[in-house]
Design a protein around this ligand. Sequence first.
Ligand code: PLP
Length: 409
Amino acid sequence: MTQRMHPAAALGPSPAFAEPVVVGKPWTPDRGRLLALIGDVLDSGRLSNGGPAVTELERRVADLHGVRHCVAVCNGTIALELALRAACLTGEVVLPSFTFVATAHAVRRAGLVPVFADVDPVTHNLDANAVERVITARTSAILGVHLWGRACDVAALAGVARRNGLQLLFDAAHAFGCSHRGRMIGTFGRAEAFSFHATKFFHTVEGGAVLTDDDEIAESVQRQRNFGFGPSGEALIVGGNAKLNEISATVGLSQLDSLEQLAAANRRRYELYRQGLRDIPGISVVEYSLAERLNYHYLAVEVDPQETGLDRDALVDILLAENVIARPYFSPPCHLMPAYRGCSTRGLEETERLSRRTVALPTGPAMSADDIHLVCDIVGAAAELAGRNGGPSGRHADRKLGRSGSFAS
Ligand SMILES: *Cc1c(COP(=O)(O)O)cnc(C)c1O
């Protein structure tokens, strides 16, 4: 275990932030517009069951991603479960363990067996070779996750799927408004599931959707979310209730026109973090391809404990003492959670390594440039102290605190 320093020693006796700053603070760009839209819904008397707000949201999200169908549901986990059910899979599904546990839950809840494959150390996404190694006669699908909004190696995964007669689906919970080789995420594989949770880039408080070009998948998800009803109003299949409500849909509609502005604001913060953390040994910020459309919603950082002189968990504790609520990702990874005891844990070295070193820092419009400078200074001071206490980072002993800067928005 890395040596604990007195947490508040990084920058002074009282926390650097008077109030806690968090990862994924929900964003409401235009509260007046939202309240007016909610008023319209209440006046209409139609609060759910495929009303005009959900219908408009589905059309606009489908158009934004260039996909035939967007079927909105009550959350992202259910979106994934219903997409998997719609694909009529059997047996095993290969997925990463380095993901939010809901990805694995959806597989299990759809009656399938999750088989975890390792991820690429650079992209953090499924490694196609690792996928190929765990395929058996029982495998029916590959479920990729576009982590941090960075697309999986879709072509490589599609190749593995084709050669082995498997279906390919994606968990796109992080990837609203993101592209891959110029084509929007949401259009890959047989279907992609999105989360519209309050902590995500685009949200409906709770919500999610299945995006697909496949008419059969879309029809199945539509039936499953509404008691199995077909056009006649009779239950054609056993379904449940997974509908998105009208109030939630208006929360989403009130954000749609501002998403480019949000992505630009996130990007400025990403650049600032990159500059601010660049010279701290052993701290690396995930890279995004400037050629793609991206939402820059996650500020994920890897901590090399040898280089930095302290490990990720020690850094998280120091940030916590300064009121910066950083989030270790994904710790523990799915295969080490009690719910998945009994699943194979072999060949997941990169997953385990990343799950010990990765952390998300607060970003987004609620964070000012000064706030970001301050977070970077805390990380720098923590590394410097660790270096002075025997680590290799003493060469940054002359690091200056208290730089300033500002954003237009
Ligand atoms: C948020 C998230 C989910 C679950 O979405 P909910 O809308 O919270 O149910 C699934 N997978 C990943 C990768 C996520 O980040």
